[in-house]
Ligand binder design. Structure first.
Ligand SMILES: Cc1ncc(COP(=O)(O)O)c(C=O)c1O
Length: 350
């Protein structure tokens, strides 16, 4: 039995825990605390099981059309993926040669590094977009694909569209702007993706966060037709199942519902941030549905993470050099955030 060398030595991505108990307050994977549009429930209730006898539309045509309309893009410029994670795997295959590398901010979505390892190419992180991307050491490959999360995860930091446009203009390869959390932010970069003359920027979104559909697995991206058609060439034949296509269509068609929930999350984020700051936490201003927060001096983030878990409150801890002092806390309902604050009152030393 032979396993490819790069797969044998790969450490796989560790997603946030999905506890089986529903009693847990789950603030560890940036899911939405509110349900998806009632139109999604309607579709599920009326979906005829007999339809599953047939393969789904390989190009998710209706969904693709609806997304194109919402994003003011041409249909040919829209790709629908099995979650945005599928799109990340596809761009790594489509836009990176074996002797090239994938770049991203550091810290950023930790899956990027794994995506590069699975693709068997190098990954390099930079702290700011102004930093040089050129290979510094012997053996370093040039970066041909840059995965730029905005707002960034796990920090929640926001970058203006002008900064992203300037970066992309100078970058010789493909820039994928990962806007998983853009509906919770003050803006987005979709205009760069849909602009005439754009030849290297793709903007990616997911239905997992603002649309409350993490369990469905639908994401999409928009960019130059040439790049998008490359993704269609290499995707699985039927990458979006029939139920997901129908439910996702109902969700994106109900923009009002999504926006209302995003506003509720933003309002709770503001209140929760203020409560943490009042209690001596250092909170990076967030434009996302989570905050990246450092407990008051004298308290180790990892200890707080473990103590909260014992109390049935799950948050996320990343034990890396740039992340180990903070916790990433998803914004839930006001009541969940109050319970978290209450739990920290007992365990935080001040
Ligand atoms: C920055 C970022 N991009 C993409 C994803 C994945 O989204 P999806 O559920 O569409 O695969 C996540 C999920 O946490 C994320 O944080």
């Amino acid at each position: 039995m032979k396993i490819a060398k790069h797969v044998s030595k790969l450490s796989s991505y560790v997603p946030g825990e999905q506890p089986s108990s529903t009693k847990v307050i789950k603030l560890n994977t940036n899911e939405n605390p509110y349900p998806p549009s009632p139109q999604c429930a309607k579709v599920l209730k009326t979906f005829a099981a007999g339809k599953l006898r047939l393969y789904p539309d390989p190009e998710s045509t209706k969904l693709r059309k609806a997304i194109a309309e919402i994003c003011n893009a041409r249909e040919e410029c829209v790709f629908v993926g099995n979650g945005s994670d599928e799109i990340l795997a596809l761009v790594a295959r489509a836009f990176v040669e074996d002797n090239e590398a994938i770049g991203s901010l550091n810290p950023s979505y930790s899956l990027y590094k794994t995506i590069a390892a699975i693709r068997n190419v190098q990954w390099r992180g930079i702290a700011t977009l102004g930093e040089s991307l050129a290979p510094k050491k012997k053996g370093e490959s040039p970066i041909s694909l840059f995965l730029l999360t905005n707002p960034n995860a796990p920090t929640g930091e926001w970058r203006e569209m002008s900064e992203i446009a300037a970066f992309a203009k100078k970058f010789p390869g493909v820039v994928l702007v990962d806007e998983a959390y853009a509906d919770f932010a003050r803006g987005n970069s979709m205009e760069i993706a849909t602009a005439r003359g754009n030849n290297n920027v793709i903007v990616m979104r997911t239905l997992s966060k603002s649309y409350s559909l993490a369990g469905l697995r639908v994401g999409y991206c928009i960019g130059p037709e040439k790049l998008i058609s490359a993704l269609y060439k290499i995707k699985d034949s039927y990458n979006i199942d029939a139920i997901a296509q129908a439910v996702a269509l109902a969700a994106v068609t109900d923009q009002k519902w999504m926006k209302k929930n995003a506003q509720r999350v933003i309002a709770t984020r503001k209140r929760f941030t203020a409560e943490l700051v009042k209690r001596g936490w250092d909170v990076i201003p967030s434009e996302s549905n989570f905050v990246f927060a450092k407990p008051p001096a004298g308290n180790k983030a990892e200890d707080v993470f473990k103590a909260l878990k014992k109390d049935g409150i799950f948050v996320r801890y990343f034990n890396g050099p740039k992340t180990k002092d903070r916790l990433r806390i998803t914004i839930g309902t006001d009541s969940q955030m109050k319970k978290l604050i209450h739990a920290t009152e007992k365990l935080i030393l001040r």
